[in-house]
Design a protein around this ligand. Structure first.
Ligand SMILES: Nc1ncnc2c1ncn2[C@@H]1O[C@H](COP(=O)(O)OP(=O)(O)OP(=O)(O)O)[C@@H](O)[C@H]1O
Length: 633
C-alpha cells in the first residue's frame, strides 16, 4: 500500500483542523489536548489515527492503541477511524475501554502472575460497594492479631469506604517479590483486601474487582520484561480519551506500561467535565501526565457542536467551574428561532409529564427531528422518571427507552455499542431486504476482517463476499417464515453461527480472552427475546431492537461523549442532587456535561413535587445570569 506524503495529508470528513489541533496532530512525542465540550477531541484522535496510519508513521507491523472509558465511546472512535481509513489500515487501530485493556493483560499474560497473587484462571468480576468495604473492615477487626489491632483500626478510621478501592488500593503497587511481612498497617489492610478477592471462594473461583485486576496488570507489566516489551513493541502510539477521568490505578498502569519510553501517548480531555472524582479520578491527571511523559499541551478553542447561543450559556457555567477558562468560540449557526434554553417550572409530576409529552409531540410534528434527536437526561434513577413519564408519552404515540437499564451483566447502552450486536442487527437488516450500498460495503469489510482475509488476496476476498451473499439470501428465506418464537429463535442461532464467535474472539482484541464475549452473547439473547416478545414482524423487531422510535433516557454520566439536537434535563432539585454542596466543582461539572450535550436546545425542568431547590440554587442562579428564562407550566 502506498503511503501519503506527510505534507500531502489532509483531514478526512471535515474541512480543517484549528491551528493547535494541527500542531498536536503532527507532534511525534507525547501530547495533551485540553479542550471544552464539542471541541472535537474525539474527532481529533480519529484524524490523528488516520494521519499516522496513512502516512506510514505507524508502520504496517505496528498498531495504535486507543483507550476510552465507555464501550460506546471506544466504538464511536473506532467507527470514525474506519470511516476515514481504508480497511487494512483501520484494522490496526485497536480501540477498547480501560477495563477491557486491563482485563486483557491479566487474561493474556496470566502465567506471569506468581505465588499468592495468582487468582484462578476463570474468575468472577466483583463490583465492590461501600457496604462490601465496611464489611471487610469489620471482618479484619475480628481477625487481626492483638498486637496489630490498634494500628489497623486507627488506619481504617482515616479511610473512607467510598474511596478505599479507588484511592487507597488503586495507588498501591503489588510488590515484585511476593508477600513479606507487611511494612505498615496500611499495607496489611490492602494486602488483606487483595488476597481476599484472589483466594478461591465457595464456587471454586476468585472474585476480583477491576481495581484489583488493574493492580495485577500493572504488576505483570512491571515485573515481566517480555510482556512489557511485547506491549510496547505492538503499540508505538497510545491514545487516551476523557483523560480527566483517569483513576489513580489507571494512571499508574499507563505509567508502568508506556512511561519513560519512546511510546508517544496522546491524552485528550476537559477538566471541566471531570465528573468521576467520586469514582477515584485523579485531580491533577493532566499536570502529572505532562511532567511524567514530557508531554506538550495544546488547548483547542472552537466548539463544533453547539449553537452560538448555547455556547454562550455554556461559557457562564464553565467560568463558574474555572474563572480563568478561555473564551469558547463556535462557527456553528443557530438553526432554531426563539430561545435555545429555558426552564419549565411545574407544581407536580403529572403536570410536568403531561406538558413534556405534549411539547415533544408538537415539536416532532413541526420539525424534521426524529425521536433519537432528543434525549432526556437525569442525574440518577432513570427508571423512576421512565415510570412517571411513560403513560403520558404513550398518549401521543411516543415512548422513552431507559438506555442505562441492566441487561444480564451489561447495560443496554453498552450492549448496543458492541461489535457483536452491530454485526447481528446489520445482518438482520440486510436479511429483511433493506439494501444499502454503504451498509453492505461496511458489513462486507467487517466480515473480511472477521475471517482474517488478506486485503491483497482478491480470490479470498471474493470468496468471503460470496459466502456473505449466500448467507443473506438464506437468511431472507428464514425471515420470510411466520414470526413465531421458534422461527425467530432459529434465525438468532443462524446469525450467531454465521458471525462465528471464535472468529470474533480472534479479530477483536477485547474479546480475545476472558468472558466479555460470552457476557455480550447472553445479554444479546436476553434482549433479542425481549424484543421478539413485544413485536409481530421483523421490521418492527429491528426498529424496537435499535430503539429507532424511542426517545433515549439516560443518566448524565452515561451521556458523556454523546450529542443530541435537543436535551431535556429533568430533576434539577435537592432530592436528585442530594450530595451536591453549593459551589462544588464536580457537581457543576456534571451540570455542564448535561448542558453541553445539546446542539441546538436545552430545556430544564424543575418540579416542586420532586423536591425543593435550595441546595441546587447555584444552577438556577447561573442560568438566570446567562439570561435563561423561567416559565410556569
Ligand atoms: N474540525 C472539525 N470540523 C467540523 N466538525 C467537527 C470538527 N471536529 C469535530 N467536529 C464535530 O463536532 C462534534 C463534536 O466533536 P467531538 O465529539 O469529537 O467533540 P469532543 O470534544 O470529543 O466532545 P465532548 O468532550 O463534549 O464529548 C461532532 O459532531 C464532530 O463530528
Amino acid at each position: 500500500m502506498k503511503f501519503i506524503k506527510l505534507e500531502d495529508w489532509h483531514p478526512k470528513g471535515i474541512d480543517d483542523l484549528e491551528p493547535n489541533a494541527w500542531l498536536a496532530l503532527r507532534r511525534r512525542e507525547s501530547t495533551s489536548v485540553i479542550a471544552g465540550p464539542g471541541a472535537g477531541k474525539t474527532e481529533f484522535l480519529a484524524q490523528k489515527a488516520a494521519y499516522l496510519l496513512e502516512t506510514g508513521l505507524c508502520p504496517p507491523n505496528k498498531k495504535i492503541l486507543a483507550i476510552s472509558f465507555k464501550t460506546d465511546a471506544a466504538k464511536n472512535l473506532a467507527d470514525r477511524v474506519t470511516e476515514r481509513c481504508p480497511q487494512e489500515l483501520g484494522s490496526r487501530f485497536v480501540s477498547m475501554t480501560f477495563d477491557a485493556f486491563t482485563k486483557n493483560i491479566v487474561d493474556r499474560f496470566y502465567s506471569a502472575i506468581h505465588g499468592d497473587w495468582k487468582p484462578t484462571q476463570q474468575y468472577e468480576v466483583f463490583f465492590p460497594n461501600k457496604r462490601s468495604v465496611s464489611d471487610f473492615w469489620r471482618r479484619l477487626q475480628s481477625s487481626v492479631p492483638d498486637n496489630y489491632q490498634f494500628s489497623i483500626m486507627s488506619e481504617v478510621r482515616q479511610m473512607t469506604d467510598s474511596t478505599f478501592e479507588s484511592n487507597v488500593v488503586g495507588s498501591w503497587r503489588i510488590p515484585a517479590h511476593g508477600i513479606h511481612a507487611p511494612q505498615s498497617a496500611r499495607d496489611y489492610i490492602i494486602v488483606s483486601w487483595l488476597l481476599e478477592q484472589i483466594k478461591v471462594s465457595n464456587d471454586g473461583q476468585s472474585s476480583i474487582s477491576f481495581t484489583t485486576l488493574n493492580r495485577l496488570a500493572e504488576y505483570i507489566i512491571r515485573t515481566n520484561n517480555h510482556v512489557h516489551r511485547a506491549i510496547k513493541g505492538t503499540y508505538p502510539f497510545v491514545f487516551v480519551d476523557e483523560f480527566q477521568d483517569t483513576t489513580y490505578a489507571q494512571y499508574d498502569l499507563l505509567l508502568s506500561a508506556f512511561g519513560l519510553s519512546e511510546i508517544a501517548v496522546t491524552a485528550v480531555g476537559d477538566y471541566k467535565q471531570r465528573i468521576m472524582g467520586w469514582a477515584g479520578a485523579k485531580d491533577d491527571a493532566f499536570h502529572q501526565f505532562e511532567a511524567d511523559f514530557s508531554a506538550q499541551r495544546y488547548p483547542l478553542r472552537l466548539n463544533h457542536r453547539s449553537s452560538p447561543e448555547l455556547v454562550r450559556i455554556q461559557q457562564v457555567i464553565a467560568q463558574a467551574i474555572d474563572y480563568e477558562v478561555s473564551e469558547l468560540q463556535t462557527n456553528n449557526h443557530n438553526q432554531i428561532s426563539g430561545d435555545a434554553a429555558w426552564v419549565c417550572v411545574s407544581r407536580n409530576i403529572d403536570n410536568e409529564a403531561s406538558y413534556l409529552a405534549q411539547w415533544i409531540a408538537s415539536d416532532l410534528r413541526s420539525s424534521t427531528l426524529k425521536p433519537r434527536d432528543y434525549c432526556v437526561l437525569v442525574r440518577q434513577k432513570p427508571e423512576d422518571y421512565e415510570q412517571q413519564l411513560s403513560s403520558y408519552l404513550t398518549q401521543y404515540g411516543l415512548s422513552l427507552r431507559n438506555e442505562s437499564v441492566k441487561i444480564g451483566k451489561t447495560t443496554l447502552q453498552d450492549l448496543l455499542a458492541e461489535e457483536l450486536t452491530i454485526l447481528f442487527s446489520t445482518l438482520l437488516r440486510l436479511g429483511l431486504g433493506q439494501r444499502n450500498a454503504k451498509v453492505w460495503s461496511q458489513l462486507s469489510a467487517a466480515i473480511q476482517l472477521l475471517r482474517n482475509k488478506n486485503q491483497e488476496d482478491e480470490k479470498a476476498l471474493r470468496q468471503v463476499e460470496h459466502q456473505l451473499t449466500n448467507f443473506i439470501s438464506e437468511l431472507r428465506d428464514a425471515m420470510l417464515q411466520p414470526f413465531t418464537s421458534e422461527n425467530t429463535r432459529h434465525v438468532f442461532e443462524r446469525v450467531i453461527d454465521f458471525i462465528n464467535l471464535k472468529d470474533l474472539r480472534k479479530a477483536y482484541a477485547r474479546y480475545a480472552t476472558g468472558d466479555l464475549l460470552e457476557i455480550n452473547r447472553s445479554a444479546l439473547e436476553v434482549f433479542f427475546t425481549h424484543c421478539v416478545e413485544s413485536q409481530s414482524s421483523w421490521a418492527n423487531f429491528l426498529d424496537e431492537f435499535e430503539g429507532i422510535n424511542h426517545i433515549p433516557l439516560m443518566t448524565i454520566h452515561k451521556s458523556k461523549g454523546l450529542e443530541f439536537d435537543t436535551v431535556i434535563f429533568l430533576g434539577i432539585d435537592d432530592n436528585a442532587w442530594w450530595s451536591y454542596q453549593p459551589g462544588n466543582t464536580e457537581g457543576l461539572a456534571t451540570f455542564f456535561v448535561a448542558l453541553s450535550r445539546a446542539k441546538q436546545r436545552t430545556i430544564f425542568f424543575y418540579c416542586q413535587q420532586r423536591g425543593s431547590r435550595r441546595r441546587v440554587s447555584d444552577f438556577y442562579a447561573l442560568l438566570t445570569s446567562a439570561g435563561v428564562k423561567e416559565y410556569e407550566i
